[in-house]
Design a protein around this ligand. Structure first.
Ligand code: PMP
Length: 352
């Protein structure tokens, strides 16, 4: 018997590459190509570094209060964490303890199975249909331990209409349904209004995409007070001070400028729709993405080949060597200039 016999062995999640080079066009991890709201810069400039000797507010009151006001809920309905990854991990730990398998799609955010394995939660991956759509009925009448739906889904970009999502939530009142809305601000309809109706619903969002703050690591969940209090109990059994002072200040500041937020999302949506048209002309087919990325395959040229070609030209996109999706590329929507460059390189390679 050696010490390794007692090790919790896990296969970790592999995030997209974060290259040291800065002279590239980075379209591989769904970051926002625009800066955060100017209020964030001002809030960070006002921080007094001397306060860093003190622990931050364990209740994250400033940020929680800003989110509660913005979404029209009570502070007790808000939970914040170090990116939505942290929030989701906590939720898996808190809510999925029945021993019954939790359900999520076979093609979805590839951290879900990693957390399930980490926490020894059994799970079943339900195949999406051939159009990469969720079949609602697959999640109804199942004796499961919980459900996780990314909406819109990643990396497919496909949005499940709220009416369909509600069928899943209402048919599973005895387990927690987590709706991961990392990309909801790019054209989807949020499940937040359903919180009043369903106490088994938890909605998770992030500042990493639509609020241009991936580097600050801010995510949050909204749910009914009881659900959030269970989540907080687990959080405070793990780490009393989840968020650091700069993140709390920057997050609260970002919420203040709604006009900037909506404009930024609008620009990304406009660019996305234009890029769809241009990709079509080059022989790509894709889902009707409602996110800040497109998920596309070329009719003739393998995705892996295009991925390598683009990388050589200094354009990073994401390629998943996984069954069902290894013929696809996930391309984050950058600035118009970045997408023009991408299109020019693709056009030259594919059309000549
Ligand atoms: N959910 C989904 C569906 C995602 O694509 C991501 C981004 N990798 C996350 C959650 C986590 O994002 P973050 O931790 O930056 O909030």
């Amino acid at each position: 018997m050696g010490w390794e016999d007692g090790v919790r062995r896990v296969e970790p999640y592999v995030p997209g590459e974060q290259p040291k080079r800065t002279d590239i066009i980075k379209l591989n991890t769904n970051e926002c190509p625009y800066p955060p709201a100017p209020e964030v810069k001002a809030a960070l400039a006002e921080l007094d570094y001397e306060t860093f000797r003190l622990y931050p507010d364990p209740d994250c009151g400033e940020l929680v209060g800003a989110l509660a006001d913005y979404y029209g809920v009570s502070k007790k309905q808000v939970f914040v964490g170090i990116g939505s990854d942290d929030v989701l991990a906590m939720a898996f730990l808190t809510f999925f303890g029945t021993g019954k398998p939790i359900l999520f799609p076979d093609i979805t955010y590839s951290f879900y199975d990693v957390w399930a394995n980490l926490f020894r939660i059994p799970y079943e991956q339900i195949p999406l249909d051939d159009a990469f759509e969720i079949r609602t009925q697959d999640y109804i009448g199942r004796d499961c331990g919980g459900i996780v739906i990314a909406n819109p889904n990643a990396p497919t970009g496909v949005l499940l209409p709220l009416s369909e999502l509600e069928k899943i939530i209402s048919a599973n009142r005895d387990v927690v349904v987590i709706v991961d809305e990392a990309y909801i601000d790019f054209g989807g309809e949020s499940a937040l209004p359903l919180l009043e109706k369903y106490d088994n619903l938890m909605v998770v969002q992030t500042f990493s995409k639509s609020r241009a703050m991936a580097g600050m690591r801010i995510g949050f969940a909204l749910g009914n007070e009881k659900l959030i209090s269970y989540l907080s109990d687990c959080r405070f059994s793990f780490n009393s001070y989840p968020m650091n002072r700069p993140a709390l200040a920057a997050g609260a500041a970002a919420i203040k400028n709604d006009r900037y937020f909506k404009e930024t999302c609008g620009r990304i949506i406009d660019t996305r729709e234009r890029v769809k048209e241009e990709l079509k002309e080059l022989g790509f087919s894709f889902t009707d993405s409602m996110t800040n990325f497109v998920f596309a395959r070329h009719e003739k040229v393998p995705a892996k080949e295009i991925f390598g070609m683009l990388k050589e030209k200094g354009i990073y996109v994401r390629y998943f060597a996984k069954p069902r999706i290894d013929d696809h590329l996930r391309i984050t929507i950058g600035t118009d200039a970045e997408m023009d460059r991408l299109m020019a390189v693709l056009r030259e390679y594919l059309v000549g």
